[in-house]
Write a protein that binds this ligand. Structure first.
Ligand code: PGA
Length: 248
C-alpha cells in the first residue's frame, strides 16, 4: 500500500503564495520517482480551483479541510462534500482538533454526520482523533481515542472510505512530536480496536500527525502501523513536504 503524505495548509497563504507553492510542488514532484507515495494537499477551499490543475498534472490528490453535514441549502459561509467532489477532491479532513476545540466546538456526533455526507458524495474521510495533554497525563489517551473513533464512525464506513489520523493535540503546531514508542503504542491500540469493534474498517489506513517535518519523518514513517502522515506547517514548503515523502 502506498504511504499517504497529506498536507493540511490550514488558513494560510494568499493568492500569489498559493500559485508559487502549487507550481513548485508540480515541478518538484514530477522530478521524483516516488512510486510508494500518494501526495495529498488540502488547501483552503477558496484556493482549490487554483491548485487543481497543478495537482492533476503531478498526480497529487486534492482534499478539503472540512465540510458541512448537509448537501446544500441556506448555510451561509459553508461548503458541502458534493461541492468538494465537483471540484475534483478525493478526500476531506474531518474532526481536526482545531475544529473540535476553540472556535467551532465540533462534537463527535456532528463529525459523524459530516463523515456520512462525505461518504454519500463518494469521497474518503480523514477522521482526526487525538488526546489532549491533560488526558495523556491522566493515562486516558487510548480510551479517549477509541471513544472518538467509535462515536464518529458512521455505519457506511469501510476500509476504503476512511483514513484515521492520530494527532495528539499537544503535538500539533508545537514542535513536540510524539515518540516512535508513543505512536507505535497508539497505532497498535487503534488497529486492535478496529479489528475487534469495527471490522469493516479494520484495514483502513492509519496516519500520524503532529509536528511532522523532514527531520523526524523517517522515524515516524518507519513505525509499525503508520501508513502515512498528516503534515501542517511543513506542508507549506514544497521542499520540506517532498522531503517528507522521500523519507518513505
Ligand atoms: P503541524 O499540524 O504539522 O503543524 O503540527 C498537523 C495538523 O494539524 O494536521
Amino acid at each position: 500500500m502506498k504511504k499517504l503524505i497529506a498536507g493540511n495548509w490550514k488558513m494560510n497563504l494568499v493568492a500569489d503564495g498559493v500559485d508559487r507553492l502549487a507550481q513548485q510542488l508540480t515541478e518538484k514532484i514530477a522530478q521524483q520517482q516516488l512510486a510508494d507515495v500518494e501526495f495529498l494537499v488540502c488547501p483552503p477551499s477558496l484556493w482549490l480551483e487554483r491548485v487543481k490543475n497543478s495537482a492533476q498534472s503531478a498526480s497529487i490528490s486534492l482534499g478539503g479541510q472540512d465540510c458541512h453535514e448537509q448537501e446544500k441549502g441556506a448555510y451561509t459561509g459553508d461548503i458541502s462534500a458534493t461541492m468538494l467532489k465537483s471540484m475534483g477532491c478525493n478526500y476531506v479532513i474531518l474532526g481536526h482538533s482545531e475544529r473540535r476545540h476553540g472556535h467551532h466546538q465540533e462534537t463527535n456526533d456532528l463529525i459523524k454526520q459530516k463523515i456520512q455526507a462525505v461518504h454519500q458524495s463518494g469521497l474518503i474521510a480523514i477522521l482526526c482523533v487525538g488526546e489532549t495533554l491533560q488526558e495523556r497525563q491522566a493515562g486516558q489517551a487510548i480510551e479517549v481515542v477509541k471513544k472518538q473513533i467509535s462515536d464518529c464512525l458512521p455505519s457506511d464506513s469501510s476500509s476504503a472510505n476512511i483514513v484515521i489520523a492520530y494527532e495528539p493535540v499537544w503535538a500539533i503546531g508545537t514542535g513536540e512530536v510524539a515518540t516512535p514508542e508513543d505512536i507505535a503504542t497508539m497505532h497498535d491500540a487503534i488497529r486492535n480496536h478496529l479489528t475487534q469493534d469495527h471490522e469493516v474498517v479494520s484495514e483502513a489506513r492509519l496516519i500520524y500527525g503532529g509536528s511532522v517535518k523532514p527531520e523526524n519523518a523517517q522515524s515516524v514513517l518507519a513505525t509499525p502501523n503508520v501508513d502515512g502522515v498528516l503534515v501542517g506547517g511543513a506542508s507549506l514548503s514544497a521542499d520540506s513536504f517532498i522531503a517528507i515523502g522521500r523519507a518513505v
